[in-house]
Write a protein that binds this ligand. Structure first.
Ligand SMILES: Nc1ncnc2c1ncn2[C@@H]1O[C@H](COP(=O)(O)OP(=O)(O)O)[C@@H](O)[C@H]1O
Ligand SMILES: [Mg+2]
Length: 589
């Protein structure tokens, strides 16, 4: 066997999962040519194999040295020119069976170690299993496709990590395209904070704020009461002791209870709380508060001041945020009718709500188009059908117009609503486990930050990572700052697609969280070429260095084209900036 032209050397040490190999001095060249191909001996990241009877064990070279790892062996073995390889064992192949991850039989001292040639790689990668997608080509061979197990990639969750410009967006497109092309029943929601993916997926359904065909709406009444109170008036759950907070809660509960006959079905009033996702009008909420604050009454007694005793001139127009008008009371405290309102509890809230509602940047939440739930309008079943029931399979939620201060709650609401739909749809034939769903989060570090203890989106996405699998919900996070991402999320990531990563803090996070204990491959991260990835984890047979193909059409980066812009001269014009200032004032395009 030692005459075999793939012979590399012998095992001199075996640890759990790692063996040390002494490269034979008889090897004529450090780079033999086998079947016309050049193989570099002992290159880090390359495979070696150890044939033991009819079992072949495969490993990856993780370090190369000219001394063995234990000093006492130096005297025994050291002779100039020897090389010692540390090899991490990754899997085995028994007879003609397929390659399997993990080791059942361990090699022992003096076992032979051989180079892995292209034919062996085909044995490992070549066969495409049922239920896989092609993720790219092996870095060492253009002809060698690398496949990922789609079930594990989706339902055990995955992450695409890499510095800016390393090729994350392109990789995302590659993976999603492979899924959408190969699986007619697949479905994906892509959360796209920079609006860069529309160009890459002409067939996708794209929702965007103010879009003429598919405007993005995320009805505010999906918020729990605490979220709503915090967002509208800055109140915290600890304000529960205060009368104004409790009255606000009652008001919201009543609005929801009044609106229980809905397009998707009637909801039993007894089950409705301030947290139930039941539609109501935020404008009417404001109008009601405004009414109680401003009303005049025929009586001074607070408990007799009701809608029936008000002295009203007109109702105003809640849709246009015009309050009701009352005959003004004559003096304070008034001696004759009409009398001033004693209902001042909403005093602090009314103005805050009004300014929120007047800010048109938040219209996609507080003025959610036709999503009113009542007959002749849209209800949440329509929202679900548009997002996850459409035949286009991929829905892109373009959040580029979402103001930064509400990005967190927006992603949180989207995630929680989709999660709830999978949880409560788990026994249906068309959703839940019967039709799994992938949620992909681009720029995940911006809203899944580990240091943000009050993040709604982080809470919701963590729930997907922890429990989603049971109801057919998987997640993919895409980020250039893995070190900023919630550890709960990273710990649940089954498959890592790690592109070039230059920041050492980020590298160590990947090292620490990536499965398979393949630190040697992870050490490559700063040196990878654009579009090249180390893929490790559950969805892949063997940790691999993979080239991802460049897709066309591409995602568009929203980076300004600086050189072109600065090459053009821009003449002065006193008319400039007028519309800009008006937009700043109106907060509206
Ligand atoms: N697989 C690839 N092969 C060749 N070039 C690539 C590849 N992936 C990305 N690129 C190039 O790198 C640029 C940045 O890629 P992109 O996917 O936007 O990176 P990221 O999302 O990590 O910032 C692309 O515009 C493209 O020119
Ligand atoms: Mg990108």
């Amino acid at each position: 066997m030692t005459t075999d032209n793939t012979y590399l050397g012998k095992i001199i040490r075996v640890d759990s999962g790692t063996v040390e190999v002494e490269v034979s001095n008889d090897i004529p060249s450090a780079a033999p040519i086998i079947n016309g191909r050049l193989y570099k001996i002992g290159q880090i990241g390359t495979f070696v194999k150890m044939p033991i009877g009819n079992i072949t064990i495969y490993g990856i070279v993780s370090s190369v040295s000219n001394t063995p790892s234990k000093a006492d062996e130096i005297q025994l073995r050291y002779n100039f020119g020897s090389r010692f390889l540390s090899v991490q064992l990754v899997g085995e192949k028994i007879g003609d069976d397929d390659f399997e991850k993990g080791i059942g039989t361990y090699p022992t001292i003096n076992d032979e170690v051989h180079l892995v040639i292209e034919k062996d790689l085909f044995d490992i990668y070549g066969k495409r299993d049922e239920g896989s997608i092609e993720i790219g080509k092996h870095s060492s061979s253009e002809n060698l496709s690398v496949y990922a197990d789609i079930h594990k990639l989706v339902l055990r969750h995955s992450a695409i990590l890499g510095s800016t410009g390393s090729g994350k967006s392109n990789t995302t497109v590659s993976i999603l395209k492979a899924i959408l092309t190969d699986y007619v029943g697949s479905r994906v929601i892509l959360v796209d904070p920079h609006g860069e993916y529309a160009s890459a997926f002409p067939d996708a359904k794209i929702f965007k704020i103010n879009d003429a065909t598919n405007p993005l709406f995320i009805p505010f009444w999906l918020m729990s009461f605490d979220e709503l109170a915090y967002f509208l008036v800055g109140a915290k759950p600890s304000d529960d002791q205060k009368i104004d907070y409790r009255m606000f809660r009652d008001l919201v509960t009543n609005f929801k209870k009044e609106n229980n006959v809905l397009v998707s079905g009637t909801v039993d009033r007894n089950y409705i709380t301030a947290d139930s996702p039941i539609p109501f009008s935020a404008r009417k909420l404001w109008w009601e508060m405004n009414w109680w604050l401003n009303a005049s009454f025929t009586t001074t007694k607070k408990d007799e001041q009701t809608k029936g005793t008000a002295v009203i001139e007109n109702d105003g127009d809640f849709e246009n945020l015009i309050g009701a008008k009352f005959t003004s009371h004559l003096s304070t405290p008034s001696t004759s009718s009409p009398h001033v309102s004693q209902n001042k509890e909403y005093f602090a809230y009314e103005k805050k709500i009004l300014s929120r509602l007047k800010d048109s940047r938040f219209d996609f939440l507080f003025n959610p188009g036709n999503y009113k739930g009542v007959a002749g309008t849209k209800d949440l079943n329509d929202l679900l059908n548009e997002w996850i029931g459409s035949s286009s399979k991929l829905t892109i939620l373009d959040l580029s117009g979402v103001p930064f201060e509400v990005l967190d709650i927006t992603v949180g609401l989207i995630t929680r609503f989709v999660y709830d739909s999978m949880f409560w749809g788990r026994s249906e034939t068309y959703t839940g486990k019967k039709r799994p769903l992938l949620l992909a989060y681009e720029e995940a570090h911006t809203y899944l930050n580990k240091n943000d203890s009050s993040s709604y989106s982080k809470q919701a996405v963590e729930q997907v990572f922890k429990e989603g699998r049971k109801f057919g919900l998987g997640a993919l996070i895409i980020s250039q700052r893995p070190s900023e991402i919630s550890e709960t999320i990273l710990a649940q990531v089954g498959t890592y697609v790690a592109l070039r990563l230059t920041n050492s803090g980020d590298q160590s996070i990947v090292k620490a969280s990536a499965p398979d204990n393949l630190n040697s491959l992870i050490d490559f991260l700063p040196a990878l070429r654009t579009g090249e990835a180390i893929i490790v984890g559950e969805a892949i047979k063997i940790p691999s260095r993979v080239r991802i193909k460049l897709n066309n059409p591409r995602p568009t980066s929203d980076d300004p084209k600086l050189v072109e812009a600065w090459k053009t001269a821009h003449p002065e014009n006193t008319e400039n900036y007028k519309p800009v200032v008006t937009r700043i004032r109106q907060q509206k395009f």
